[in-house]
Ligand binder design. Structure first.
Ligand SMILES: Cc1cc2nc3c(=O)[nH]c(=O)nc-3n(C[C@H](O)[C@H](O)[C@H](O)COP(=O)(O)OP(=O)(O)OC[C@H]3O[C@@H](n4cnc5c(N)ncnc54)[C@H](O)[C@@H]3O)c2cc1C
Ligand SMILES: *[C@@H]1O[C@H](CO)[C@@H](O)[C@H](O)[C@H]1NC(C)=O
Ligand SMILES: *[C@@H]1O[C@H](CO)[C@@H](O)[C@H](O)[C@H]1NC(C)=O
Ligand SMILES: *[C@@H]1O[C@H](CO)[C@@H](O)[C@H](O)[C@H]1NC(C)=O
Ligand SMILES: *[C@@H]1O[C@H](CO)[C@@H](O)[C@H](O)[C@H]1NC(C)=O
Ligand SMILES: *[C@@H]1O[C@H](CO)[C@@H](O)[C@H](O)[C@H]1NC(C)=O
Length: 632
């Protein structure tokens, strides 16, 4: 023990020097490769010379993939990623050295609700805050490892004032690196690769499948990379873009980048969700937007990305640099090809918009009338989306049926124009005796319209299982197929009690982008999500029954939309044939790029590109992140 402690102190001293060297690199200017400046935090990079003060065995742990000794994974090819408790799991003092190298940014995971349970973290005040704010995305974003779909963590530490069980780590990672510079991310990637520990990336934790978690993992937490920079003129010959742009850190969320663009009288393409990590999983998975029917998918507007790759190196991905990686990172999905530290996106002129909200419920009419009313809406999907609008509407099937439009979003239209567009549909509702009271507001810029139209959504539904589908235009062009589509969609709510969360939009490839975005988006006119809830206090069999219900409902949606696809950013973690669903004809190339840039599978994410080669060995009723990750 004494020897170990002494060694640790000596090493720690030497590592402090190394950390100082890394920090000193911040002062030296790194030549930017894109012609755009790196953010200050991006100039703090790990280089060979930073590693010089370390001895050979430490270099093999923290050094790049192509240095002698740093080849542990390839030599051994163990069946599973190294898991806590395994003989090869790094000892405490190794984690301590890692922490020193990181400049103190290593966090040992404490489950967010641990203050509710007896033990060293018990804190009733904090527990009360966690319980009261559980459905608020901000609570989860500010925590290094919390996710917003706790079912996939294993619900091993639920928020409660009356705990009846123990709080355990479950599918939360073991450690997280609170990243505030590139060097820390490089060290984390190198360390995870050398020790064969599972590596995950958490930004906000919005992912529907809990893809930012993983038991026994080391997590890179990117939430604090929040720099935003306006670039008045960015020229990209390959895509023919010469105009304004914004470069933003990977922790930047929608409301921040929208506000920054608005201050300059400009508009950028991001999601409807206020707190979604636009520069994280959102854009890497594609990203739909209230502006999708006039600008397409968010990934279409990316100009460059700065990325830490699986070998620990830091590269620019753009049309002129690492262009294969650039192609894959725009739609290929997060945490698969590298850790992105910032993204540069195009900015467009100011856009006005009108927003409309209304609802109707089956309590004031027969159920048949309710569904007939909903059906009339489908007759206008092509017209509405082709005129540039985007809608976000829900069917709540809890007791009474509710149709909620929140909102209908009409870019470049004033109130009179929006009313004229909606009139034929509203007339038909009126003819059915369905009275609605639409509330209109119009705004001269996207930011204000978005704030008015999209209230903050609730998250953290502990048992929610979702699936989704990108329904294609062709179904709307054939009356019989449209009927079949509507029937399958409506039946999920009407006959099986599923919640329906839906979008009408037409995200064509307006700018001719060449990227990995799911081709199914280009002809989609509806992205629909269906969800059912597991009773987390119930039995495993009850949970499995809900799981098979969602699979069954998904099968019915697929049957009426053969060959279509699904949006990976809001999807089913057990999507059948996910490779085809999420990427269609792009999958083959994505798979090749994955093999080339990450030959050792440093990155793995459920339903990610090439993820079929591994799986999480979990014994929970629902497949989740609670178990070791092993080759199949
Ligand atoms: C309330 C809500 C609203 C939403 N609204 C929209 C919307 O309007 N439009 C839309 O298209 N989608 C929307 N989504 C889906 C959302 O875009 C995806 O869940 C997206 O993956 C979230 O990314 P994140 O970085 O915020 O979340 P996280 O869950 O932290 O990350 C998602 C995935 O990306 C990876 N990742 C994150 N950051 C990085 C990085 N820097 N480098 C590499 N990998 C990374 C993670 O490992 C994970 O696999 C919404 C989701 C919710 C819950
Ligand atoms: C390198 O340092 C580590 C940590 O103190 C030590 O355990 C190891 O023996 C050293 N290796 C060499 C080759 O000196
Ligand atoms: C790493 O391991 C592979 C497979 O065993 C081997 O082919 C390669 O030469 C090794 N590389 C280094 C740098 O040791
Ligand atoms: C979080 O909980 C605290 C204490 O219960 C409460 O005062 C606060 O308003 C909550 N914050 C949010 C954002 O809901
Ligand atoms: C579609 O369904 C409607 C009833 O909702 C029916 O009137 C119409 O004939 C059907 N069309 C086709 C082509 O089946
Ligand atoms: C969930 O299961 C528990 C335990 O069986 C039961 O007491 C409770 O009523 C269930 N809740 C719902 C909403 O079905």
């Amino acid at each position: 023990m004494k020897t170990t402690a002494l060694v640790f102190v000596l090493v720690a001293l030497r590592q402090t020097e190394a950390a100082a060297t890394i920090t000193a690199a911040a002062a030296s200017t790194v030549t930017p490769k894109t012609g755009q400046d790196l953010f200050p935090y991006e100039t703090v990079q790990l280089t060979e010379s930073n590693l010089n003060p370390l001895n050979a065995s430490l270099i093999s742990l923290f050094g790049f993939d192509d240095v002698a000794g740093a080849n542990i994974t390839a030599r051994n090819q163990p069946k599973c990623k190294t898991f806590p408790g395994d003989p090869l799991w790094p000892q405490e003092w190794v984690w301590s050295i890692f922490n020193v190298l990181l400049g103190g940014s290593l966090l040992k995971t404490v489950p967010i609700a641990a203050p509710c349970y007896s033990g060293p973290h018990y804190d009733l005040d904090r527990c009360t805050i966690v319980v009261n704010n559980w459905t608020d995305s901000a609570l989860h974003e500010l925590d290094p490892t919390s996710i917003m779909f706790p079912l996939y963590q294993g619900n091993t530490c639920p928020p409660t004032l009356t705990p009846t069980s123990e709080c355990t780590l479950g599918g939360y990672p073991s450690y997280a690196v609170k990243a505030t510079n590139t060097a820390q991310i490089q060290l984390a990637v190198n360390f995870a690769r050398s020790t064969n520990i599972r590596l995950v990336v958490k930004n906000t934790g919005h992912d529907f499948s809990g893809k930012s978690g993983g038991a026994g993992a080391l997590s890179v937490w990117t939430h604090n990379l929040k720099d935003i920079k306006y670039i008045p003129k960015y020229t990209d010959k390959a895509s023919g873009w010469s105009g304004p742009a914004f470069k933003a850190g990977s922790g930047v969320i929608a409301k921040d980048i929208y506000a920054a663009a608005n201050e300059r009288g400009l508009t950028v393409i991001g999601g409807e969700g206020q707190t979604v990590g636009v520069m994280g999983g959102y854009i890497q998975g594609g990203g739909h937007s209230p502006l999708s029917s006039i600008y397409g998918i968010a990934a279409d507007h990316v100009l460059a990305m700065e990325v830490v790759t699986a070998d620990g190196r830091y590269v620019t991905a753009s049309s002129s640099s690492n262009s294969d990686l650039f192609w894959a990172l725009r739609g290929g999905g997060g945490a698969t090809f590298g850790v992105v530290t910032s993204i540069t996106i195009r900015a467009y002129p100011k856009i006005s918009a009108t927003v409309v909200s209304f609802s109707f419920i089956s309590a004031t009419m027969s159920t048949d009338t309710f569904w007939a009313g909903v059906r009339t809406y489908f007759d206008y999907f092509l017209d509405f989306a082709d005129k540039g609008t985007y809608s976000y509407f829900f069917i709540y099937p809890f007791g009474i049926m509710q149709f909620i439009m929140q909102p209908f979003f009409a870019p470049n239209m004033n109130i009179a124009e929006t009313q004229a567009l909606l009139k034929p549909w509203f007339d038909r509702l009126a003819a059915l005796g369905i009275n609605i009271s639409p509330v209109y507001s119009t705004h001269d810029n996207f930011y204000d319209a978005w704030i008015a139209g999209f209230p903050l959504e609730t998250v953290g539904r502990n048992g929610q299982i979702t699936g989704s589908r990108l329904f294609q235009r062709s179904a709307w062009e054939d009356p019989a197929q449209l009927n079949a589509t509507f029937e399958a969609w409506a039946s999920s709510a009407r006959d099986s009690g599923a919640l329906l969360i839906n979008f009408n939009m037409a995200p064509k490839n307006f700018v001719g982008a060449d990227n990995a975005v799911n081709p199914a988006w280009r002809n989609a006119v509806m992205h629909a999500i269906q969800g059912s809830n597991v009773n987390t206090s119930g039995t495993a069999d009850e949970a499995k029954a809900v799981r098979s219900l969602v699979t069954d409902l998904q099968t019915k949606w697929i049957a009426v939309s053969p060959g279509a696809g699904a949006y990976l950013g809001e999807s089913d973690p057990e999507e059948v044939n996910f490779q085809q669903s999420f990427w269609g004809s792009n999958y083959a190339r994505l798979s090749e790029i994955k093999a080339a840039v990450d030959p050792k599978n440093v990155f793995w994410v459920r339903t990610g590109v090439k993820s079929e080669i591994m799986k999480v060995d979990s014994s929970d009723a629902i497949q989740d992140e609670n178990g070791p990750l092993c080759y199949v």
